[in-house]
Design a protein around this ligand. Structure first.
Ligand code: C2O
Length: 550
């Protein structure tokens, strides 16, 4: 591989959408931020220079960071944030990965505006395991807030309320024609007839899983979270925040119209408010012969693709079950066949006491909280990885993360009287190369809700999922240990559970959290420490000299 160097200048930029101009935090003044393109085997150096008053850190979402955990990015987990007028060089080598990922800010809600695609091409002369596309197009979904997202979350945390929701969804930063004052900010995909396009879809939205479809066109899924899958056709996709999906779009040889709409809107089963607007973009055929254009405001809605109802959990379950690892000789699925450590985690929303002199808007005047096994994870004021590496864990974290729920109950039935979370910075410690099975159960305390769980530092196999309560006797015999999908973010189904397996072969401290930013803020997060192995190649090297200090 070669070395690719990037410079990310974090600076403010005025950006206008929906007739609303705001000064926002950007990388190099761009929104969305710049694309990183590298090949499998390359080393990537990104110098991040912070010229804003906010602290910042950047996460390379889905990059495994084998023995390079210092470059992973979550603030107060693997590094202290980069302070104003300071810089840090993220230095990592892309090993054994190719596909679509993305990068985003990993502190507070700054990723609302600080994100961009991260594309890993296969090694030179290694073809895709699907027909070579005519063109490749990154399409990154986001959320637009007219307000400053930092103000939105700090107000929510201060008042114990749910945060204000976004005003629009975007494709490559553009909300599209269904919003007021937005027609000129429409994503347009220009295509030729009879060709195959590779769409690299990324969900960088803060708080919403999204359905996506293109009117009158079918898509073929070929990859998820930068791992090849067995191709399957679909008209409608669901992408959770933190997930990426590569699809092939075969354009019509003789299209009856020149323009078609694509659209995305949320899947949501929780309680409370959410942004239920629809973003649209345009698929435009560029042909020699002039054709009838159907693109005027009168029949705009007629051309919208069909999207399922907002709460269509059955559609979501059917869709997620279609994913299978490619699992061929070249790209085998190395599913751990035996398990050394089993964990059962409840994930969901809960409550915490309302601080004095506040009025909180949670149930019975409590404050909203979220937890894993009833622990609401508190970020320390220094980074976990440093305190672990230099053996200064005292007062920073404890090793007593509960491996089973503190408050067992019928997770999909009536909530218990006590829904209070406990606050703490607790971690699970795993010896090097432990094979882990983790069952995550949606605990419907404030209503059943899907939670897209993201694990840093690993890909994992989704060996099983189901509705209701996980049954430790009846469910495991049905696990798929042959070709389960491998990914870095999986939705714990609304009112159900998911089981994953991974091999803890990457020493360091690894964050795991719901990729809904509001749930992270409420504490739906925890960390794993994977110890060094005995060989030099199994140890985490010391930090780079420019690692930021708190
Ligand atoms: Cu995409 Cu911890 O994040």
């Amino acid at each position: 591989g070669i070395t690719r160097r990037y410079e990310f200048i974090i600076k403010k930029q005025n950006v206008t959408r929906l007739c609303h101009t705001k000064s926002m935090v950007t990388v190099n003044g761009k929104f969305p931020g710049p694309r990183i393109i590298a090949r499998e085997g390359d080393r990537v150096l990104v110098k991040v220079v912070n010229l804003v008053s906010n602290n910042i850190s950047i996460h390379w979402h889905g990059i495994r960071q084998l023995r390079s955990g210092w470059a992973d990015g979550p603030a107060y987990v693997t590094q202290c944030p980069i302070q104003t007028n300071q810089s840090y060089v993220y230095n990592f080598t892309i090993t054994g990965q190719r596909g679509t990922l993305f990068w985003h800010a990993h502190i507070s809600w700054l990723r609302a505006t600080v994100y961009g695609p991260l594309i890993i091409l296969p090694k030179r002369n290694v073809p895709y395991p699907f027909p070579k596309p005519h063109k490749e197009v990154p399409m990154i979904f986001g959320e637009w807030f007219n307000a400053d997202p930092e103000a939105v979350i700090s107000q929510a945390l201060q008042t114990g309320a749910g945060p204000n929701v976004s005003e629009a969804y975007t494709i490559n930063g553009l909300p599209g024609p269904l919003y007021n004052c937005s027609a000129s900010d429409t994503f347009k995909l220009k295509v030729k007839p009879g060709k195959t396009y590779l769409l690299r879809l990324i969900n960088a939205a803060l708080n919403d899983e999204l359905f996506f479809s293109i009117a009158n066109h079918s898509l073929t899924v070929v990859e998820a979270d930068a791992l090849y899958v067995k191709p399957f056709p679909t008209d409608i996709l669901l992408i959770a925040p933190g997930q990426t999906t590569n699809v092939l779009l075969k354009t019509k040889a003789d299209p009856p119209m020149t323009t078609y709409l694509m659209a995305a809107r949320p899947y949501f089963t929780g309680q409370g408010t959410f942004d239920n607007t629809t973003m649209a973009g345009i698929l435009e055929y560029v042909t020699a012969r002039p054709r009838h254009s159907a693109m005027n405001s009168k029949n705009l809605t007629l051309l919208l693709p069909f999207l399922p109802p907002i709460n269509a959990t059955n559609v979501v379950a059917n869709f997620s079950q279609k994913f299978r690892s490619l699992a061929n000789a070249q790209y085998p699925a190395n599913v751990p066949q035996t398990v050394e450590k089993r964990f059962f985690f409840t994930v969901g929303l809960g409550t915490s006491p309302c601080p004095k002199n506040q009025t909180c808007q949670g149930p019975n005047g409590t404050k909203f909280a979220a937890s894993v096994n009833n622990v609401s994870f508190a970020l320390p004021s220094t980074a976990l990885l440093q305190s672990y590496f230099f053996r200064k864990s005292n007062g920073v974290f404890t090793n007593d993360f509960p491996t089973t729920p503190l408050i067992p109950f019928n997770y999909t039935g009536t909530p218990p009287n006590n829904t209070m979370v406990i606050n703490g910075t607790k971690v699970v410690v795993l010896p090097f190369n432990t094979s882990v099975e983790l069952v995550m159960q949606d605990a419907s305390i404030l209503g059943a809700e899907s939670h897209p769980l993201h694990l840093h530092g690993f890909n994992f196999f989704v060996v099983g999922q189901g509705f209701g309560n996980f049954d430790p006797n009846k469910d495991p015999p049905k696990f798929n240990l042959v070709d389960p999908v491998e990914r870095n973010t999986v939705a714990v189904p609304s009112g159900g559970w998911v089981a994953i397996r991974f091999l803890a072969d990457n020493p360091g401290v690894w964050f795991m959290h719901c990729h809904f930013e509001v749930h992270i803020s409420w504490g739906l997060r925890m960390a794993w420490i994977v110890l060094d192995g005995s060989l030099p190649s199994q140890k985490l090297p010391p930090p780079p000299s420019d690692l930021p200090k708190c």
